[in-house]
Design a protein around this ligand. Structure first.
Ligand code: NAD
Length: 326
């Protein structure tokens, strides 16, 4: 039988965690032939441990044939021991009176600690996806605190933004989303992101020229603020769609993507983005857990300006956590 892949998840009992675990265990990540081992983090409190115990009881009751082993931990080093695939979802939510910089620092501490633990304990070929916000900067902090791991081991999630953009295009052209191709999102997972449809195709046919500039501006704003719209409508933040996007991201990264996909990854200097900054880029994944940044797309002054805005926001975030970087 194939050896199980060791998967570690933080925040497993939060809204996203509770949705992603059952899909991973059902085979949505690595397919129906690949057994998996789940390692799950509970915080060091009786409530958190009880919640994890209940979640693990439910996972067990699903009798998933692919779930070869499952363990709970409170210690991050033990959690990451030999981990090959890591979802960093757990993060402190913004509390009353906290501004973005307070949140950045509160979560920065978590991701510094987890970066160090990954550095010491994870497989040298680990693939880490940071979902917990502010995800780009959290991934940057974790990466900078893991100097013995290749920086290509780290990424942050902007696939939900890409999926949202694809869904809005499909609605606009009144066609199934499965034919929508070459949509991706640049920059930070925040309101400054730039969803780019200049190269959009539907089933191989160029479409981008058909949209008027006013619709395009509304589209960009709509994608960037979709998270807030969901909170308003549902009274809770995106959870199942975020879990689904996290699976899309990790599956494409490890097994290969069909076409372009958005990944926030450490910049290699492409498009003038400072090296190392975790920035949303259009990527291709050839398989075997590799990705390539597509680095030759044409730029216009307008696009350069949009990229500069989101780059500057990420630089300011990195600056605010400079003392947390190794
Ligand atoms: P949630 O509040 O339901 O769950 C968060 C989990 O994090 C909880 O299990 C909690 O125990 C854990 N946690 C809290 N403080 C912690 C700490 N100090 N150390 C370790 N774990 C801690 O949140 P959720 O809806 O599951 O969202 C999780 C994160 O994902 C949030 O930061 C959210 O903003 C982010 N998110 C990102 C995207 C994206 O596209 N990148 C989309 C949606 C949500």
């Amino acid at each position: 039988m194939t050896r199980p892949i060791r998967i570690a998840v933080t925040g497993p009992c939060g809204s996203i965690g509770y949705s992603i675990l059952f899909r991973i265990a059902a085979g949505d990540l690595f397919g129906r032939e690949q057994p998996i081992e789940l390692r799950l983090l509970a915080r060091d409190s009786p409530e958190s441990q009880a919640k994890l115990k209940g979640t693990m009881m439910e996972l067990s009751d699903c009798a998933f044939p692919l779930l070869a082993e499952m363990k709970g931990f409170t210690d991050e080093k033990q959690l990451f021991d030999g981990a090959e695939c890591v979802f960093l979802i757990g993060a402190q939510p913004r509390k009353d009176g906290m501004d973005r910089s307070d949140l950045l620092r509160a979560n920065g501490e978590i991701f510094r600690r987890q970066g160090r633990a990954l550095n010491e304990m994870a497989s040298r070929d680990v693939r880490v996806l940071v979902v917990g916000n502010p995800c780009n900067t959290n991934a940057y902090i974790a990466m900078r605190n893991a100097p013995d791991l290749k920086r290509e081991c780290f990424s942050a999630m902007m696939r939900l933004d890409q999926n949202r953009a694809m869904a809005r295009v499909a609605e606009k052209i009144n066609a199934p989303v499965s034919g929508v191709e070459q949509v991706f999102v640049w920059g930070n997972h925040s309101n400054t992101m730039y969803p780019d449809i200049r190269f959009l195709r539907y089933k191989g046919h160029r479409l981008a020229d058909q949209f008027d500039p006013q619709w395009q501006e509304e589209f960009i704003k709509n994608v960037a603020t979709r998270g807030g719209q969901i909170i308003k409508a549902r009274g809770a933040s995106s959870a199942a769609s975020a879990a689904s996007a996290a699976i899309d991201h990790m599956r494409d990264w490890i097994l290969g993507s069909e076409g372009m996909c958005t990944m926030a990854v450490p910049s290699d200097g492409s498009y003038g983005i400072p090296e190392g900054l975790v920035f949303g880029f259009p990527c291709l994944c050839p398989g075997e857990a590799r990705y390539q940044i597509i680095n030759n797309l044409p730029m216009t002054p307008d696009v350069r300006q949009r990229l500069a805005v989101t780059r500057d926001e990420l630089l300011a975030e990195a600056n605010a956590v400079a003392d947390l970087l190794a």
